[in-house]
Design a protein around this ligand. Structure first.
Ligand code: ASP
Ligand code: MG
Length: 471
């Protein structure tokens, strides 16, 4: 079996849901299970409903719930015949009655508990999954609703609960295989779950991808497909390089590294269950279902370049701090990182030598206020308006000459590098340049390393891989 997850924009209206039905129909031989997000905008809408209820604006909250009802009804009447649409409306109204009761409770209290807040947010996926089941059946894809709130078991933490793998697997195994055996497509809402004691929980915003991975791992799916509105993961930001190419395959490690440096890829935390069970994850475009997309898997096959992708993170500032020579380096670093932690600053890249350190953090000129505090540790030089560029590729591990190749390209373009770091996993090289040079840097690197890979990059020459880029 396979798991197919469709995000909010893929189920945002009747046109989108019809498209989803035809994509799923094309996969029936693989026994798909479908996970859907709330219709686009509905979860945000429910956040606003909660806020209105907390201000005891019950009328406004109910009006907003009505708007959400309309969105589902509108889509349903475009896809269902009148008997089917009536049956769906009855179900919808029963669900919305639960939501209204909850909203009324919150409004009476004047504030929502963390549990009530999570509970209210789950209605987006509850409603979308009911709508999608009705639509599938009307459009000739036999399917059955499975309530994710009864099948995904988590701890009771709000608003981001953690799944309990064994209990979840047991419940899914009781419910799903029998639906698949009857050739029905099980449809579940993503993002939503319950604690062991039955309290409704969520996996946190954007959690539907995570649901798909949890379900895929529990049922040992052959593949997890994440259907979005982009054609997979690209070699770099297409707004910077219009020639950015689709990455056919990328490893879990590479995807993780890219996400850390701001690339728009699936968040690797959400893929963890898939990684643990070595289940390939495909990122596909529901608007262009015939495009190949990107496969994320444990070991990805070689691409056209030694590097897999380039990520850029802007709005970076660098602090260079030099402690006086008598200061013990461990003590100095301890103080430095305590201070950053105190200000909730995460170090993106760190370079240390003895009792001096360069730290790149996210933020702009406003961080200058930290300078005076850091001066307690030593001499400080503050450099705002920087950007981090991160080059990722498993294939660079252990390769001689990779750094000189990258920095040679930048030197030839007259770009000054402010800071360099190689990830300890040796699958990435990151460096800091001035923000004004970021676009040019990425364009040069992409042009030379991705758009015209020389023969030396090709694995046809893998008999002598270490010769690469030594020139
Ligand atoms: N509907 C939820 C959200 O908007 C979960 C998801 O779409 O993944 O955050
Ligand atoms: Mg999403």
């Amino acid at each position: 079996m396979i798991v197919m997850k469709f995000g909010g924009s893929s189920v945002q209206d009747a046109v989108a849901i019809r498209r989803v039905a035809s994509i799923v129909a094309s996969r029936l031989a693989e026994q798909p299970l479908v996970v859907v997000s709330a219709m686009g905008g509905v979860t945000d809408g429910l956040v606003q409903v909660t806020e209105a209820a907390e201000q005891s604006e019950l009328g406004l909250a109910c009006e907003m719930l009505d708007g959400i009802r309309e969105k589902h009804i509108l889509a349903s009447v475009e896809m269902l015949n009148s008997a089917e649409a009536t049956a769906f409306a009855l179900k919808l109204d029963a669900r919305l009655a639960e939501a209204t009761a909850l909203v009324t409770e919150i409004a009476a209290q004047g504030s929502a508990t963390a549990g009530q807040r999570s509970h209210l947010l789950t209605f987006g996926e509850v409603l979308s999954s009911e709508l999608v089941v009705a639509a599938f059946n009307a459009l000739g894809v036999p399917s059955a609703h499975a309530d994710a709130r009864k099948l995904i078991v988590t701890n009771a933490r709000h608003p981001v609960a953690s799944p309990l793998a064994t209990a979840t697997r047991e419940k899914l195994m009781q419910a799903i295989p029998e639906l698949l055996e009857q050739n029905l497509v099980p449809v579940l809402g993503g993002f939503i779950a319950s604690s062991e004691s039955g309290e409704v929980t969520t996996l946190g915003r954007g959690g539907s991808d995570y649901s798909a991975a949890i379900i895929g791992a529990a049922l040992m799916a052959g593949r997890i497909e994440i259907w979005t509105d982009v054609s997979g993961i690209l070699t770099t930001d297409p707004r910077i390089c219009p020639n950015a190419q689709r990455i056919a395959e990328i490893s879990f490690h590479e995807a993780t590294e890219l996400a850390c440096f701001g690339a728009k890829v699936l968040h690797p935390a959400t893929l963890l269950p898939a990684i643990e069970h070595d289940i390939p994850v495909a990122v596909l475009n529901s608007h262009k279902p015939n495009e190949a997309g990107t496969i994320i898997r444990a070991i990805a096959s070689q691409g056209p370049s030694s590097f897999r992708a380039i990520a850029v993170k802007r709005n970076i500032s660098v602090f260079n701090v030099h402690a006086p020579s008598h200061v013990e380096s461990l003590r100095f670093l301890d103080d430095l990182f305590s201070l950053l932690r105190w200000h909730h600053l995460q170090s993106e890249i760190v370079a240390i030598s003895g009792a001096s350190a360069s730290v790149a953090v996210e933020g702009g000129r406003e961080l200058v206020k930290l300078t005076s505090e850091l001066e307690a540790l030593g001499e400080v030089d503050f450099q705002p308006e920087m950007a981090i560029i991160c080059m990722v590729g498993e294939d660079i591990r252990g390769r001689v000459g990779i750094a000189s190749e990258v920095f040679g390209i930048l030197a030839a373009a007259g770009i000054n590098i402010r800071m360099i770091a190689q990830g300890s996993s040796e699958i990435s090289v990151s460096f800091v340049v001035e923000e004004k040079d970021a676009v040019k840097s990425v364009q040069q690197l992409h042009r030379q390393l991705f758009e015209q890979p020389s023969v030396t990059h090709s694995h046809a020459t893998s008999a002598a891989p270490h010769k690469i880029a030594q020139a």
